[in-house]
Design a binder for this molecule. Structure first.
Ligand code: TYD
Length: 134
């Protein structure tokens, strides 16, 4: 099974511009409890490098692009998030990294729960250990 679960958002466009809608349990497969976005990122400074025990997220570059790397502890796959209509689902227990941010990148993330540092696994060795103990 691929680690790259993309969600293609419908773009409601007219001569005034584009409009994209994210709705819980419609094109986002969970109840959204938190929204955050990354700005001012730098091409040479990757981010992420963690997995979540329970949290589910959907991420989309509403401007610019970045390279998303997904890793289930066995295999690693990557995809460019390079369109405001192209989102990725980040399920629980998926190590993820964002690389090569374009200078204009705005990465929007919707999450299934509030921020909880205890839900993070920030050590890759610990992540792989948890996968192998399943
Ligand atoms: P972090 O998750 O490490 O960012 P990234 O995965 O993009 O590299 O978060 C950076 C900091 O922001 C860290 O100190 C935790 C804090 N933070 C919150 O307080 N609330 C949040 O919802 C998020 C996502 C992060």
């Amino acid at each position: 099974m691929s680690l790259i679960n993309l969600i293609e958002f419908n773009v409601l466009g007219d001569e005034r511009g584009q409009l994209v809608v994210l709705e819980a349990m419609k094109n986002v497969p969970f109840h959204i409890k938190r929204v955050y976005y990354l700005t001012g990122t730098k091409p040479e400074v990757p981010r992420g490098f963690h997995a979540h025990k329970e949290l589910e997220q959907v991420a989309v570059c509403v401007s610019g692009k970045c390279l998303m790397i997904m890793d289930d502890g066995v295999k690693k796959e990557e995809v460019w998030l390079d369109s405001p209509s192209k989102a990725i689902f980040i399920g629980k227990m998926i190590w993820h990294e964002m690389h090569r941010f374009s200078p204009d990148c705005v990465l929007l993330v919707v999450a299934s729960d509030l921020y909880d540092e205890n839900d993070y696994i920030r050590s890759y060795a610990k992540f792989v250990g948890m996968i192998n103990n399943d």
